[in-house]
Design a binder for this molecule. Sequence first.
Ligand SMILES: Nc1ncnc2c1ncn2[C@@H]1O[C@H](COP(=O)(O)OP(=O)(O)O)[C@@H](O)[C@H]1O
Ligand SMILES: [Mg+2]
Length: 305
Amino acid sequence: MEAPAPRFDRPDHTPPEPDGAAVEAAIRRAIDEGRRDLVDIVGAGELTIALRWTSGGRPCVVKRMPPYPDRISAEQYMEVVRGNITRLEALGVRCVSNTMQLVERQDGKPVVIHCQPLLDADTLADHVLRTRTPSADEPLVTTLVDRVVAAVSNGEPIDPQFANWCWVDDDLWLLDLSTPFVMNGKDIVYDTSGFQREFPWVIRRLVYRELMKAAIKYTTDVEYVLTDVMTQLHRVGMSGWCQPFADATLARHGISIDPAVAKQRCDADAKFYPFLLRSKRVERRWRQLTRRRYDALLPEKSTFE
Ligand SMILES: Nc1ncnc2c1ncn2[C@@H]1O[C@H](COP(=O)(O)OP(=O)(O)O)[C@@H](O)[C@H]1O
Ligand SMILES: [Mg+2]
């Protein structure tokens, strides 16, 4: 008798290679029919939707990026992701096994699909943290603080909010690897036109400029990035962890951060991100009316709603 398919996988297991064209077709159909229920969503951030997929009897997660204008820009993007992972790992940040494939579409605009092992939701760091008592000595906190300092003080971008890690083998593994803020001056080094086109033309530049202001800090400003972790703790109703988190950054690295600043940022983001999602819906409607294709599967709500 065949062994039953595992329900979850380990973060260091290389995921199976899914049929990229089938993934793209499923996402295309869900977008065109306006039906998120046609795909199996395991999680959504502000940028990506993670879908459960099965390939060769093994569970995995796929994350599909917006289309690139041509093959060269898609390949450049993949190279940047690989470089970011390699450098993070060299700095001691464990990364969830992540493969990418390029899928050529009929319109000539390739998409990139990331694949990762499907992790047990109970091991996701934000879930684990909820089950523990706030303390500056909590290993999830001390490990995360040390990893952020190691990465950002070496100029390597990382999006370290607790929702972006799993806790396995008493260590953190980074899973949000698909939109590295690797910068060249004030802009991201790879083509982001697919992301920008999700927004209405009139606000595209403004929105992008706002996003880049934060992105640049992600490679240069350790204090800013650590404060952002607290912003996200406020967002998910875990404000009780902010002070212990700030105590840990001070005790371990002499970095003083303020939960109140994080709260202000959270309040501002709670207006900004839902606005972004609403404006994407407007663009989607406009494309439908003008019989053009919209390329993103939008989440039901912003993570700030
Ligand atoms: N490999 C995975 N296994 C299980 N859940 C995942 C996996 N990857 C992502 N998720 C879930 O989906 C959410 C969004 O994925 P993420 O890669 O962080 O996208 P974003 O860039 O939009 O934040 C995560 O916070 C997590 O809850
Ligand atoms: Mg994320």
